[in-house]
Design a protein around this ligand. Structure first.
Ligand SMILES: *[C@@H]1O[C@H](CO)[C@@H](O)[C@H](O)[C@H]1NC(C)=O
Ligand SMILES: *[C@@H]1O[C@H](CO)[C@@H](O)[C@H](O)[C@H]1NC(C)=O
Length: 346
């Protein structure tokens, strides 16, 4: 018969063996990640609001090559990382989403409309990544169940289910150094001192529909294959992500995520969750319809050159170069040292 001491050791060993990596927890996020967090404004005419990833998952099914896979055709934060990276989280009540008519409620996510304090019921995500002894990058991830792509010459393009955007602040010796804002497939970086602030916190503006992030309000033009698109921002709905978020650490060497502190509903939900879902490299929306369904009445899909009305859903945080050494997600980039030259038309 084992001694009392041995029993407790055996029990401990059993626990460790059974322990899922969900027990991978680290200390709270650094204070500066919250003190200097962006205060963001959604556009006053926005129709596609912040979404809770768990609500999103409850409304999609995993598909590969347009065929549902997996147990019960369902996926949760706990099972997400068990799926391969060729999986598309496809809307269960698809395929038609006319952005202006008959959109399912979970896609427009009215529950995520921030209240007058800037509190959204949809938790944001704050992920800290320590780069070395002096530099830590803090990523603020914004998730929406739907991306309304906007219009070129009055024709709507690039709608998709699922939309991940982010702002990153680089801290050197715990002080903010510069900020990066994701804008469509790229983004821009700006030195800290040139931003507009409310107290210690920089103001960012989230464009209508496609949710690109900017540091000035007004109209921002960018070019796509077919021509010019304008992003519209204004100080519509204040969204203060620090009131409701899931917090994580990202280890640059092991590429693993750990649970840190959160706040509000995000913290409550996160307490029972694994961080492993963040490592999943698949797609958060439907796959772009196959060519055989272009101009098909049921899908409503059309394409001009390579630009289509409905495109594939995006990949998640793990695919956004969290280990970057430069400020920008892709390659090297200029860090703007003046925001007065940026387009401000309204
Ligand atoms: C599938 O559904 C059954 C019945 O509702 C449930 O017991 C089981 O846990 C589900 N499996 C998964 C992997 O969700
Ligand atoms: C720390 O990492 C940042 C970002 O990659 C880099 O610019 C900086 O030179 C590094 N500092 C040290 C001391 O290694």
């Amino acid at each position: 018969m084992p001694s009392k001491h041995q029993v407790s050791l055996l029990a401990l060993a059993g626990l460790a063996a059974a322990a899922p990596s969900k027990l991978r927890k680290r200390e709270a996020l650094p204070d500066y990640a919250i003190t200097y967090a962006p205060l963001s404004y959604l556009y006053s005419g926005e129709s596609w609001f912040p979404s809770d990833v768990t609500v999103h998952l409850a409304n999609v099914k995993p598909e590969v090559d347009y065929v549902a896979i997996g147990a019960n055709n369902s996926v949760t934060l706990d099972t997400l990382d068990s799926y391969a990276s060729d999986v598309y989280l496809t809307a269960s009540d698809g395929p038609i989403y006319d952005p202006l008519d008959g959109t399912p409620a979970w896609l427009s996510s009215d529950y995520g409309i921030p209240d007058s304090d800037g509190l959204s019921a949809a938790p944001g995500l704050i992920i800290a990544a320590e780069k070395n002894s002096t530099t830590t990058d803090v990523f603020y991830f914004y998730f929406y169940s739907y991306n309304y792509g906007g219009k070129v010459l009055d024709i709507n393009f690039d709608d998709h289910v699922g939309d991940w955007e982010h702002v990153m602040i680089r801290f050197v010796d715990k002080k903010p150094y510069a900020i990066y804002c994701s804008e469509h497939s790229a983004g821009s970086a700006y030195y800290w001192d040139i931003l507009d602030f409310s107290g210690d916190r920089p103001l960012t503006y989230i464009a209508y529909g496609g949710h690109a992030n900017y540091v000035t309000s007004g109209t921002h033009d960018y070019t796509v294959a077919l021509g010019l698109i304008s992003d519209t921002t204004d100080a519509g709905y204040l969204w203060d992500m620090t009131l409701n978020y899931r917090g994580y650490w990202y280890d640059v060497d092991s590429e693993e995520f750990s649970v840190a502190s959160g706040a509000g509903k995000g913290a409550t939900e996160e307490a029972d969750e694994s961080a492993d879902w963040l490592a999943w490299l698949g797609y958060w929306g439907d796959e772009q319809y196959p060519d055989s369904l272009i101009d098909d009445l049921e899908t409503g899909q059309y394409c001009i050159d390579d630009e289509c009305r409905y495109s594939s859903g995006p990949t998640g945080p793990a695919d956004k170069n969290l280990g970057r050494s430069t400020m920008c997600q892709k390659d090297d980039c200029t860090i703007f040292d003046n925001i007065d030259d940026l387009t401000k038309q309204s």
